[in-house]
Design a protein around this ligand. Structure first.
Ligand SMILES: Cc1cc2nc3c(=O)[nH]c(=O)nc-3n(C[C@H](O)[C@H](O)[C@H](O)COP(=O)(O)OP(=O)(O)OC[C@H]3O[C@@H](n4cnc5c(N)ncnc54)[C@H](O)[C@@H]3O)c2cc1C
Length: 299
């Protein structure tokens, strides 16, 4: 492989881009969004990184919990990611690990953005065609290979002159970020179900400010955010409010059946499907494929 294309700038795809770059492979990343990070994009508040979609790196089972130190070591070594133990309350949907960490992923974004060897192009890839010796993107750009993540917007793929429909389901979620001088609720590492208005919530302190980030619950989508904040009784006083930012995230969702179909279709072609569905699982998946680290897993 001399020159590869990668779709999207979610952290797993950026880790992959960096890995290929270290192997002297030329990398071009395509992302139609001007924000880097995909579902892990962030807001820069006075040089502090706030993940507006409330992102957490958490193990989903005992195997992942035992081996998460491998990920931590890798992120520190390759990107100088700052990792600390998070002792605040943690309420995930499923598995609860004994130790949970907080990650500041901005060094990953900074490294990739500043890399002179990795090119990020703001472009939507609508068309991929696998030929014998190369892959053709949007009917004109040639690459040796393309890597596509789980939640990308590709609708059709052409392999051996046959067109396959791989359309995802578009889901738009709404998220809120509140910066306040004071907040009524206790610090929270993560809660999958916060209250009737918000889920996937996080409350932390950055300098003298309290930061609340959450997803607006399905039933409350489209409603006035200030009214929801009041209804959830998050603040002592409106005067404590410094900033409120509402964001919408477009997720090109694929269920397990669609992911398996994409994976099967791409097998033995120059299109490679990368499982990006959950950070920890995905990291181990790319580690198994591309040997990111030499560390042995604990059973
Ligand atoms: C709101 C939200 C929050 C999440 N939080 C977590 C979390 O905290 N922890 C966790 O483990 N998982 C989380 N997930 C799961 C998450 O989807 C994965 O962790 C990961 O971000 C998926 O990566 P992805 O590249 O498949 O998709 P995304 O993260 O959605 O990134 C896709 C990127 O590619 C771009 N793109 C898509 N299609 C094209 C195209 N055809 N051409 C060009 N560019 C394209 C998009 O603009 C986007 O930037 C979250 C998912 C969502 C939707």
């Amino acid at each position: 492989m001399k020159h590869v294309a990668i779709i999207g700038t979610s952290p797993i795809m950026l880790i992959l881009a960096n890995h290929f770059c270290n192997k002297k492979i030329k990398v071009t990343i395509f992302d139609n969004s001007k924000k880097i990070g995909g579902a892990w994009s962030y807001y820069n508040f006075k040089n502090n990184f706030i993940s507006t979609q409330t992102n957490v790196i958490v193990p989903d089972n005992i195997f992942e919990e035992k081996n998460i130190p491998i990920i931590n070591k890798y992120l520190k070594k390759k990107f100088s990611v700052k990792i600390s133990v998070n002792k605040d309350k943690f309420e995930p949907l499923g598995y609860l690990a004994k130790t949970n960490y907080e990650y500041k992923l901005n060094p990953i974004y900074k490294k990739i953005k500043n890399s002179k060897k990795i090119n990020i192009k703001k472009k939507f890839i609508s068309n991929i065609e696998s030929k014998n010796d190369y892959v053709l993107i949007n009917k004109k750009d040639k690459f040796d290979k393309i890597f596509i993540p789980t939640y990308c917007g590709i609708k059709k793929i052409k392999i051996n002159k046959k067109v396959y429909d791989v359309s995802p389901r578009l889901i738009v979620s709404e998220h809120v970020m509140i910066i306040a001088k004071k907040i009524r609720v206790k610090y929270l590492a993560y809660s999958e179900s916060f209250d009737k208005n918000f889920d996937r919530a996080q409350i932390k302190k950055i300098k003298n400010f309290n930061i609340f980030t959450a997803r607006i619950s399905k039933e409350k989508k489209g409603l006035n955010v200030l009214k929801l904040i009041k209804d959830s009784n998050l603040l002592y006083s409106k005067n404590d409010l410094v900033k409120v930012v509402k964001t919408k995230y477009k997720n090109y969702y694929r269920d397990f059946k669609q992911r398996n179909y994409l994976n099967k279709l791409a097998a033995n072609t120059n299109i490679e499907y990368i499982n990006t569905a959950l950070f920890v699982e995905s990291f181990f998946s790319i580690n198994d494929k591309f040997s990111l680290t030499k560390q042995k897993y604990k059973d």
